[in-house]
Write a protein that binds this ligand. Structure first.
Ligand code: GLY
Ligand code: MN
Ligand code: MN
Length: 485
């Protein structure tokens, strides 16, 4: 290529990537939200400390294809930055460098027309400044010269590394390099826990703290702000609409994969970016595997189908489960077990109030389930240890489906799941008529001073309401595809 052509090509590429993308969703969290979160974290940090956060690594799927990138939730919470290869530092007090003061630094991906032509726009330091509100944003390549001496802090707080970050040899400031540079700066390899077994451990003082940050972040993240609740409500309602649509569309000939597709189609109709976790769709005995994600059974038949799916909207994920009979009508055994789980869930939701805790919510539902299983002759005594309800009843939701929390008493604006279940796998030590029955009902409940508010309650929960909803027609059933060989 001659010089003129090369010039034209580069100019074209720059035009392509220089303009900000327009017509984007307008309801992302604001930069003020992220800034306020950083301020609150700073206030909660120990004196003379620095907190260091790294973006999530990219993950390889196969050959030259990576998995869709997902930002680390803490990084997202504090910055709103959605790209990889970046590091954020928050200081408890102002630092000074050549007469200028700063209390946070962020190092991000450098703009690169060629990379952006292939993989999409990068925000770059200017827009990280103007749009995300960082006064001190730099390119990742500058991190090696960071004007900070980590040995002067009483504490350097960060999450320990998983050793699962690949080095892109062509990029000298990718996440791998940022972490390696950081490790050198904080003498990470001399930590007693990092010294290979058999080598002498010399007692040494370190300012590295890889535990404390979790508690600080959990204290912030477990209580949702108004802005976060708008997104979470939307994620929960969209997930509930997915459940409603499949109740209308479901028929015995449907495969687990197709059922999953109906939910996820609804999510995309609402411009949801991702599922918050791999979708769980288990017909009959498959529902007994708590996190069954194969979803490969070809036809649901007369079984109940356990569907645990959550839309992730602008980072915030719902977690909603409904269990419905594929043919639209619960049989006798299915209905008995379903109604028992419903009763347990109602009891748990009633306990989801300010000052309560996970133990109380769990006990409220578990007592009902144990008593019910005993009366049905599925267990021999109320006190019998069994595996028919093998999981806890609640967890927080938020940027993670199992969101950070310090697991203390419930406070206003916490949002948790209430999700009791009964699972009776084939071969269980009870009458065969119960085998293959699996029911979970899961909703996302906001704790308010006026009592529990069910964000996903739009989707029917009682066995009668489910059967009524299943009588309705779905437009999706008119969607006929040509038969392929
Ligand atoms: N969907 C995972 C869970 O319910 O915790
Ligand atoms: Mn859950
Ligand atoms: Mn779930």
């Amino acid at each position: 290529m001659n010089a003129k052509l090369l010039f034209r090509a580069v100019t074209f590429l720059l035009t392509l990537v220089t303009f900000a993308q327009t017509d984007l969703p307008q309801d992302y969290l604001s930069s003020d939200f992220h800034k306020e979160r950083r301020e609150l974290l700073r206030k909660s940090m120990p004196a003379n400390s620095v907190a260091v956060f790294f973006a999530n690594p990219t993950r390889n799927r196969a050959n030259d294809v990576d998995y869709i990138y997902h930002q680390d939730p803490n990084f997202m919470y504090l910055t709103g930055y959605k790209e990889p290869n970046s590091v954020l530092l928050i200081f408890s007090e102002d630092q000074v460098d050549g007469g200028s003061f700063f209390n946070e630094l962020v190092y991000v991906q450098k703009r690169n027309p060629m990379a952006e032509m292939w993989y999409g726009r990068r925000l770059g330091v200017e827009r990280v400044g103007s749009e995300l509100g960082f006064a001190n944003a730099f390119n990742g390549e500058d991190f090696k010269n960071i004007p900070v001496d980590f040995s002067t802090f009483d504490k350097v707080l960060f999450k320990d590394f998983q050793n699962d970050v690949r080095d892109n040899k062509r990029d000298k400031s990718d996440l791998y390099d940022l972490i390696e540079q950081f490790k050198t700066k904080v003498s990470y390899e001399s930590l007693p826990t990092k010294i290979p077994a058999g080598e002498e451990i010399v007692e040494m003082k370190t300012n590295i703290d890889v535990k404390g940050l979790r508690t600080l972040m959990a204290s912030l993240r477990e209580i949702k702000t108004k802005e976060e609740l708008v997104l979470l409500k939307k994620a929960c309602e969209i997930s509930a609409v997915g459940q409603i649509e499949i109740m209308k569309a479901m028929h015995s000939g449907m495969s687990e994969t197709e059922i999953q597709g109906v939910h996820e189609f609804v999510y995309k109709k609402y411009n949801v970016e991702y599922e918050g976790y791999p979708s769980i769709v288990g017909a009959g005995n498959n529902g007994c595997m708590l996190h069954y994600i194969d979803n490969t059974k070809m036809s649901a038949g007369k079984e109940m189908v356990l569907m645990d799916l959550g839309a992730e909207y602008h980072g915030y994920t719902a977690d909603v489960t409904r269990t419905i009979p594929a043919n639209g009508k619960f049989n006798k055994e299915q209905k008995v077990i379903y109604d028992l789980v419903y009763k347990a869930q109602e009891a748990g939701i009633k306990e989801t109030v300010v000052g309560s805790d996970f133990r109380k919510i769990d006990k409220a539902g578990r007592d009902i389930i144990n008593e019910g299983l005993f009366k049905l002759g599925i267990i021999d005594s109320i006190k019998q240890k069994h595996l028919y309800f093998p999981h806890g009843t609640s967890h927080h939701i938020g940027l993670d489906v199992h969101d950070l929390s310090n697991r203390g008493p419930l406070k206003e604006n916490m949002i948790i799941t209430v999700e009791p279940g009964i699972y009776i796998p084939e071969g269980s030590p009870c009458d065969e008529k119960w085998w293959g029955i699996a029911v979970r009902i899961e909703d996302c409940i906001l704790v308010t001073k006026d009592g529990p508010v069910n964000f996903s309650g739009m989707a029917p929960r009682t066995s009668d309401d489910i059967e009524e909803m299943m009588k309705e027609e779905s437009i999706l059933n008119a969607f006929k595809l040509p038969k392929l060989d």
